[in-house]
Design a protein around this ligand. Structure first.
Ligand code: 8IG
Length: 280
């Protein structure tokens, strides 16, 4: 069967892992790449950084892949890309750039987890999760990349279903963090708190997150990291502080400011990804 139309939503498998397996087969067909090694999820400020990573082998609209939908937000990508990343003395790395579904889009935790589950079904060993976020430390200026050391899942949700007990001790792999610090020894580490959004936090909520141990606040990544670990992926997380969290400065937050900080930080993020991804 060639050139078959993607199945209509009603024909899609109910089980999230069957859907991910179907999506992975479709990715292989559409890209012509039978399997991938690492999956990249590029948040605010990071998307442009992938452009210099390697040769784009294929790029397809996400709507062609079962379980993915068109992007909900201006500045978020809606494509699936296969990149060939050259490595000295080794086979090229096959990197799969997948779009993200945010929890605040209201499509549920299965849609949020679908990307990492598809990555695992496509053969990936590693998920690199990146995001733009608010920073609690006034010394971390907007435009600073931060290595995620741990998270607080403040969504009151989980991508796991039933009695699925998964160890979260080393969720943000200390092995991969050491590797990232080898590329940029100055890279600070932070604890990322995922809120449901889509509203930004109140200053009191930011203070609460700080008391609980968070240094970064955002609306992605934690649920994906949980699902990624469950799916057997090793997780590396990078945040880009695009704004100081509400109340940390006296400036109000705006999506425009976030996009602008992302554009300005793009070269720094690109250099970090270009250094780290070939080592994954
Ligand atoms: I970019 O300050 C970005 N995303 N929750 N708070 C939350 N998400 C964000 C923020 C922020 N900045």
């Amino acid at each position: 069967m060639t050139n078959a139309a993607p199945p209509a939503p009603a024909d899609l498998p109910e089980d999230p892992f069957d859907l991910a397996a179907l999506a992975a087969r479709r990715v292989a067909e559409l890209t012509g790449v039978p399997g991938h090694d690492v999956a990249l999820f590029l948040g605010s400020g990071w998307a442009a950084a992938a452009d210099r990573l390697g040769e784009v082998v294929a790029e397809v609209p996400a709507t062609q892949v079962p379980g993915f939908s068109a992007p909900a937000v201006v500045g978020h990508a809606g494509t699936v890309r296969s990149l060939r990343v050259q490595r000295p003395g080794a086979e090229p790395l096959r990197a799969l750039v997948l779009p993200r579904t945010h929890f605040y889009e209201g499509r549920g935790v299965r849609a949020v987890a679908h990307g990492v589950r598809t990555a695992a079904a496509a053969g990936c060993r590693t998920a690199l999760l990146t995001n733009g976020c608010g920073g609690l430390d006034p010394a971390l200026a907007p435009g600073s990349p931060v290595l995620i050391a741990d998270h607080l899942n403040l969504t009151a949700a989980t991508p796991l279903e039933g009695a699925t007990f998964v160890d979260m001790t080393d969720l943000y792999s200390s092995r991969l963090r050491a590797l990232a610090r080898g590329v940029d020894p100055e890279l600070p580490e932070g604890v990322y708190a995922q809120f449901r959004g889509p509203q930004y936090e109140t200053p009191a909520e930011v203070r609460m997150a700080g008391v609980l141990g968070a240094t970064l606040v955002g609306m992605s990544t934690a649920l994906e990291a949980i699902a990624a670990r469950h799916a057997g992926l090793e997780v590396l997380g990078f945040s880009l502080v695009t704004n100081l969290a509400a109340g940390v400065s006296d400036q109000p937050l705006s999506h425009e400011e976030v996009l602008e900080a992302g554009r300005e930080a793009a070269p720094r993020c690109a250099a970090l990804l270009a250094g780290v991804v070939p080592l994954l």
